[in-house]
Design a protein around this ligand. Sequence first.
Ligand SMILES: C[S@@+](CC[C@H](N)C(=O)[O-])C[C@H]1O[C@@H](n2cnc3c(N)ncnc32)[C@H](O)[C@@H]1O
Length: 271
Amino acid sequence: MKSAEQEIEAGERFAFGANWQAFLKTLNEDRIQIAEESLKELLLEQDLQGKTFVDIGSGSGLFSLCARRLGAKVHSFDFDPQSVACTNELRSRYFPDDEDWVVETGSALDEDYLKSLGKYDIVYSWGVLHHTGDMWQAVENTLLLTKPDSKVALAIYNDQGLRSSFWLQVKKMYCSGTIGRYAMLILFIPYFSLRLVVASIIRRRNEFATYRRHRGMSATHDWIDWLGGLPFEVAKTDEIRIFYEVRKFKLLNIKKTRGLGCNQFMFQRER
Ligand SMILES: C[S@@+](CC[C@H](N)C(=O)[O-])C[C@H]1O[C@@H](n2cnc3c(N)ncnc32)[C@H](O)[C@@H]1O
């Protein structure tokens, strides 16, 4: 199996961690509180006191931080060492030397590693499993971390048919090298910006400033993540729902997207 660095070098993987490092420069209390609210909303929980929480593909570490702030004992891991460094950076900034927050390098596709982690009250993997290179195996592997009553919260890219195939080509071009990257940035960043300008005019509010309402994220870093985010797979909402339901998980929450981006799910395993 190749390392994240080898896959990035080969043009098969986006440098997620480098993008998260840039995002961390924008992180402030306002964004953290918005992220925390979005976590509570998806999990249908007001706090996580006494709960165990595993963050599969922790990225910037923001949602591990939120879970820890809400009282959970947190285990974060990511395949990209730079994402791991980001999560470690947040741990040292906000919870230095905390024994209840472990940060590691690990893969959602490494069954032996997952089996070594034990079982969790909450298994959280937002926007990750479709970036592993084997989405359905990664979805299956989430089960290894569950026990009766566990909640599983996931966000998976929406299957838009031909449009998804188009975006896959864009991502391949972005990751192919410097020329491909700049070509995609020059083509699409003005397009995404124009859409926000038009939305700002129609809604009479600054949509650039309010973008952070999406889980505390930043528009430019999300756009770059979207343009480069390889590996890339997609699923229809029913495919994910049925996968968990036949394995005795109950769908407690779903937030569907109408177009680009992720559908969000929260399931609970039956007793
Ligand atoms: C779009 S980011 C999402 C980060 C975070 N979950 C969030 O909600 O902000 C995707 C993350 O998944 C990580 N990732 C990709 N493949 C992975 C794998 N096989 N195992 C663990 N993490 C992986 C990437 O390195 C990246 O940090």
